[in-house]
Design a protein around this ligand. Structure first.
Ligand code: MN
Length: 209
């Protein structure tokens, strides 16, 4: 995607119906074409009025939000966060049945959490603990894996962590299919995690001794 103003919506990296039966086609249309688009439109409308910010990257707007004019600080955090988080979430999934048996990240998860199942239990617990709207993340602090949660459209960027996977638990992510059953949605989500991309992100993190 275009990483500076004007921000544009890029197509999903898979077909809208390819996450079925775990996430339905209609939810993916609404989520990508309407929810994400609204964050992009809102962010562009704010930055349009601030030419000095038009060369800032999406990550820059989020990491350096303390330097933004006070009257647009929270709206930028909300909307740039909404763009960043949704791209990350959509990029955390892949069509069912494409998950690899093993890769360096999965090996590290088994080492640090005991097993993939133990990791999934912890991520699920964290995702269920999000009160209202937000995300659960697998992130890395150097080589150390962490499970965290963020509220609303906050991102892990100000925490100085490298995000690896994002799980959107706003109700719009699952309400049409799973109704209010967030736990059932999370269980389904584990079947479509893009472990290959997450492992590539993990491999790119600089390690310091
Ligand atoms: Mn969402």
């Amino acid at each position: 995607m275009n990483n500076t103003y004007p921000f544009v919506n890029t197509p999903l990296p898979y077909a809208y119906d390819s996450l079925e039966p775990y996430i339905d086609e209609k939810t993916m249309h609404l989520h990508h074409d309407r929810h994400l688009q609204t964050y992009i439109d809102n962010l562009n409308a704010i930055i349009k009025e601030h030419p000095e910010l038009q060369t800032w990257t999406l990550e820059g707007l989020l990491e350096l939000s303390a330097f933004l004019p006070k009257e647009i600080r929270q709206p930028v955090i909300n909307n740039a966060g909404g763009v960043y988080n949704h791209h990350f979430f959509f990029d955390s999934m892949t069509p069912a049945g494409k998950q690899p048996e093993e890769n360096p990240l999965l090996a590290e998860i088994a080492r640090q959490f005991g097993s993939l199942e133990a990791f999934q239990e912890q991520l699920k617990k964290e995702a269920l603990a999000v009160f209202g709207s937000g995300y659960a993340w697998l992130a890395a602090d150097g080589g150390k894996l962490k499970i965290i949660r963020t509220a609303n459209q906050d991102t892990p960027l100000p925490l100085d962590l490298q995000p690896l996977l994002a799980l959107d638990v706003w109700e719009h992510a699952y309400y049409l299919k799973h109704y209010n059953q967030r736990a059932a949605y999370i269980d389904d989500w584990f079947s479509i995690v893009d472990w290959e991309k997450a492992s590539r992100r993990f491999a790119e993190i600089p390690r310091y001794l």
